[in-house]
Design a protein around this ligand. Structure first.
Ligand code: IPD
Length: 270
């Protein structure tokens, strides 16, 4: 059986290679291949090519494992393990050459459903900044090999809180309404534009907390493990697993303050 540390090595090696490829594609010039759910929800040729590179590399080294990717969907698993991949998280930043996008690769055990899966290892690579965030279950979280930890003992009024917006215009307006209330109750709010980096930001103490509604599994699989291994509580509605209805990530003492503040807003939103 492959250990979690060995799975992480595979994830990080492929994520680094994919990140170098996507960065080169960025330098060559970006091309929008399609708009998905709305005009803000774009996919570039590089998203598709990078996902194909990752998919091919995993098929070669882990042929029995499943695959769940943002651009090419799923493939079944004979081993009980599935690789959950966002080839370019933060595609709009990528398009505008804002250096906050990342390749995100996680490997999960069980059904590829965030409500039940167990994430074994995850790597998030920001190629522009040369940053590699990694974690495996039980092994702690690292940035470029150095241990990282969440900020603890932060009161909500002093918290720097990250969030994000979905692509549907109606959803965005509702999310902005909550931000409009919260902005007067916290130190400040950041919309970085890549959920995986928001979660790694919490892990590294660059954000005190992060919340969002509407994430897909590939947006948060690797980052959520990295945040957890750095000491964050990552939770969803009712304190259960994070899913597309809600994710909140922060040290437990800050999560105790933020979660009850945002949860009723999202719980009522069905
Ligand atoms: C998006 C980013 C963004 C978040 C959106 C995601 P994509 O992923 O992570 O920060 O707010 O909810 O869909 O489309 O750039 O891979």
């Amino acid at each position: 059986m492959t250990s979690n540390a060995e799975l992480l090595e595979i994830a990080a090696t492929i994520a680094r290679r994919a990140a170098a490829f996507a960065l080169q594609r960025r330098r060559d010039g970006v091309e929008i291949a399609a708009s998905k759910s709305s005009l803000s929800d774009i996919v570039t040729r590089a998203d598709r090519e990078t996902e194909q590179l990752i998919r091919d590399a995993l098929a070669a080294s882990r042929p029995r494992d499943g695959f769940l990717g943002e651009e090419s969907g799923g493939g079944s698993s004979d081993s009980g393990l599935t690789w959950v991949v966002d080839p370019i998280d933060g595609t709009v930043n990528y398009f505008y050459d804002i250096p906050a996008w990342a390749v995100s690769i996680a490997v999960v055990e069980g059904d590829p459903d965030p409500a039940t899966w167990r994430t074994l290892a995850g790597a998030v690579v920001n190629p522009v900044l040369g940053e590699v965030f990694t974690a495996y279950a039980g092994g702690g979280a690292r940035l470029n090999g150095e241990p990282i930890h969440v900020n603890e003992g932060v009161l909500l009024p002093l918290a720097l809180v990250g969030t994000g917006f979905g692509y549907d215009a109606g959803v965005r307006r509702r999310q902005a309404a909550l931000v409009g209330e919260l902005i007067g109750e916290v130190r400040d709010i950041r919309r970085i534009g890549a959920a995986s980096l928001d979660l790694c930001g919490v892990a590294a103490g660059r954000l005190d907390a992060y919340f969002e509604r509407g994430l897909n599994p590939w947006d948060h699989a690797a980052g959520a493990l990295i945040a957890q291994e750095a000491g964050a509580r990552v939770s969803g509605l009712g304190g259960g697993p994070a899913d597309n209805r809600l994710i909140v990530a922060a040290a437990p003492d800050l999560s105790d303050q933020l979660h009850p503040r945002v949860e009723p807003y999202f719980a009522a939103w069905e």
